[in-house]
Write a protein that binds this ligand. Structure first.
Ligand SMILES: C[S@@+](CC[C@H](N)C(=O)[O-])C[C@H]1O[C@@H](n2cnc3c(N)ncnc32)[C@H](O)[C@@H]1O
Length: 368
């Protein structure tokens, strides 16, 4: 099967590394925020249980050039859909269109839906039910400029970045799938001491503890893939049972200057099942003692902070870091111009509507 995974724009190389590690597949970047690879049913299940940087995993069914919705109809009719869905399973087609066209995403969804109904009727003699509110199988029909693509959503309507542990949200939180990607860039494993000196509601330290401890992200969560007829019953439970948590051999800590975020972070950590592995404290990152291996931080962007105060915060924070003990710093910031260290690696990423830089700084490089 050809599988697709959505990730956060700019983090494709990190997600590709994760998918390679979990499946052994060769991964290609299809476009910003989307990677593709060949895989089987076991890979689909494994990624849902173990991947931390992906937002959604899909099974690609067809794709090609499109001028009118009729082209989408023809391409869908060529897919042996009865291999993927049963004629009694309620389906929905979610259309999306990017670019200039003289048809709408609804037009595409309607033609694709008709093609699916016609295809299954030809194969089974039955009419598959359409239920846009409570479907069992969701097809995603996307037109991007002159390309059409149809995929089955194996994740379901709720993206994997919506971690159930985040019961307390920050005003400006980082997506958990991005936080997990930052942890991968920092090389976090069970032996890595990690500090997030501006941790907000704790997303980065919590993802670090989940990654380092090989702990599951959402142990009880259902995914759409369990309704797909080509997957065998019980595959998800077997994969979940095979995940072996590891003991952490180094401390993971989060600091924030505001007490309310420290309280929120502790509550989220309890929900995530890592309260034993992460310590949160109220402290000022510009003066706090730093002695760790990895510093991973999502710094204030100045959207809500006064710009002048932001300059002082960056100056004092980096002055404190220059004198401190650490090996690798991973920074998520919209104010790269205020960072005095030369990065060994940088990524341009998208954070909502903001263009943000991820900078990886190795201590050896700035000292040497
Ligand atoms: C962009 S937010 C971090 C959000 C976090 N990654 C999350 O997902 O919730 C930046 C945080 O830095 C904190 N902060 C600002 N100045 C600080 C300082 N001098 N020391 C410690 N924390 C500070 C703010 O209170 C805020 O919670």
């Amino acid at each position: 099967m050809r599988l697709l995974a959505t990730t956060n724009r700019g983090f494709e190389s990190v997600s590709a590394g994760e998918v390679r590690e979990l499946t052994g597949a060769a991964v290609t970047v299809e476009r910003p925020g989307l990677i593709g690879f060949d895989g089987d049913e076991a890979d689909l299940t494994r990624l849902h249980c173990r991947a931390r940087t992906l937002n959604r995993v899909l099974v690609e069914l067809t794709g090609g050039a499109i001028e009118t919705p009729a082209d989408a109809y023809d391409q869908v009719r060529a897919v042996p859909l009865a291999e993927y869905v049963d004629p009694d399973q309620p389906i929905a087609v979610r259309g999306k269109r990017i670019g200039e066209h003289d048809f709408t995403s609804m037009d595409v969804a309607e033609r694709v839906g008709q093609a699916i109904v016609d295809d299954l009727r030809a194969a089974t003699g039955e009419r598959i039910p359409v239920d846009l509110d409570d479907p069992e199988v969701v097809f995603r029909a996307t037109v991007r400029e002159d390309r059409f693509r149809l995929a089955i959503d194996a994740t379901g309507e709720t993206s994997l970045h919506r971690r159930p542990y985040r019961v307390r949200d920050h005003d400006a939180p980082v997506r958990p799938t991005m936080a997990a990607a930052l942890c991968r860039l920092a090389g976090v494993d069970a032996d890595t001491a990690v500090l997030d000196p501006m941790c907000g509601c704790g997303t980065i330290p919590i993802e670090a503890a989940l990654l380092a401890g090989n702990r599951p992200l959402a142990p009880g969560r259902e995914f759409a893939l369990t309704d797909l007829r080509f997957l065998d019953d019980g595959a998800l439970e077997r994969e979940r049972a095979a995940v072996e948590p590891r003991e952490l051999a180094a401390p993971i800590r989060g600091l924030d200057i505001e007490d309310r975020w420290v309280t929120a972070a502790r509550e989220n950590a309890r929900e995530a099942g890592v309260a034993d592995a992460v310590a949160f404290e109220a402290a000022d990152a510009t003066t706090a003692a730093v002695d760790t291996e990895a510093v991973i931080v999502d710094m204030p962007f100045g959207v809500r902070t006064e710009q002048e105060g932001l300059g002082t915060l960056y100056t004092e924070f980096f002055a404190n870091l220059r004198d401190a003990e650490w090996d690798r710093l991973v920074l998520f910031t919209a104010r790269e111009d205020l960072v005095p260290f030369e990065p060994t690696r940088r990524l341009d990423v998208r954070h909502g509507r903001l263009e943000v830089a991820v900078l990886v700084v190795d201590r050896d490089e700035i000292d040497g």
